[in-house]
Write a protein that binds this ligand. Structure first.
Ligand SMILES: *[C@@H]1O[C@H](CO)[C@@H](O)[C@H](O)[C@H]1NC(C)=O
Ligand SMILES: *[C@@H]1O[C@H](CO)[C@@H](O)[C@H](O)[C@H]1NC(C)=O
Ligand SMILES: *[C@@H]1O[C@H](CO)[C@@H](O)[C@H](O)[C@H]1NC(C)=O
Length: 201
């Protein structure tokens, strides 16, 4: 497992030569239940048979790898696919012939968020491309969706009101305190003066 991760993560930077796997986008944003198409491109050679083409695309989340797409010697191996992706991945076979791995992932779940790696192995090279997918949750209940925005906006108005009122209130209190202190001090000096006066006279 660790070796495999090292292979996926470390090796690409060591690979030299002209064989590359690129991503068309390094980071994808999507909402739950929507579809998204992830795309990689790799170096093709017109004279090579697809029989030498091996592809393994996986989702990598912390210590877990799940296979979403596997091509072995030019043939798609659906048995390799992890259950969580079952029936949710569609590959574009025409694009594949042109060196483009296009995988449509449908009915997105928040659990689909993570790092997606595609390793491409041919008789003329090996490389890996990676991209990040971020699936954000949406509220499931239609009640929540229609009702929640109004209280939220009211709350935010309330919030704005409070954020203005509170400093004002604090200012008023500080002024009042300062005035009180000032009056006390004046009274003290007045009483001191009146105390001193009889002594000097
Ligand atoms: C997502 O993909 C599925 C299957 O490919 C399709 O039936 C559905 O209409 C798509 N939904 C959206 C929102 O594009
Ligand atoms: C990969 O990206 C590099 C740099 O953008 C580009 O020159 C090259 O043609 C790309 N190769 C493939 C196979 O997409
Ligand atoms: C995913 O999207 C959310 C909302 O746009 C954002 O706050 C969060 O930082 C994103 N996470 C990643 C790993 O990109």
């Amino acid at each position: 497992m660790i070796c495999r991760i090292l292979l996926l993560v470390v090796l690409p930077s060591c690979v030299s030569g002209s064989f590359v796997v690129n991503v068309t986008q390094t980071c994808y944003q999507a909402e739950e239940n929507h579809n998204i198409t992830l795309e990689w491109t790799f170096t093709t050679k017109p004279d090579r048979s697809t029989k030498t083409l091996n592809i393994l695309c996986e989702l990598f989340i912390s210590d877990k790898l799940s296979v979403l797409y596997h091509v072995h010697e030019g043939v798609e191996v659906s048995e390799s696919q992890d259950e969580e992706f079952s029936g949710r991945v569609q590959s574009d076979k025409d694009a594949l012939r042109e060196g483009r791995i296009r995988l449509q992932l449908s009915r997105l779940r928040t659990d689909d968020s993570g790092l997606y790696l595609c390793e491409v192995n041919t008789d003329y090279g090996f490389s890996v491309g990676r991209c990040q997918l971020n699936v954000t949750a949406v509220f499931h209940s239609s009640n929540l969706q229609t009702v929640s925005p109004q209280p939220e906006s009211r709350e935010s108005q309330h919030g704005v009101g409070l954020s203005l009122v509170l400093p004002l209130l604090a200012l008023v209190i500080i002024c009042a305190l300062l005035c009180l202190v000032g009056i006390k001090k004046r009274k003290q000096t007045l009483t001191r003066v009146s105390e001193i006066k009889p002594i000097t006279t």
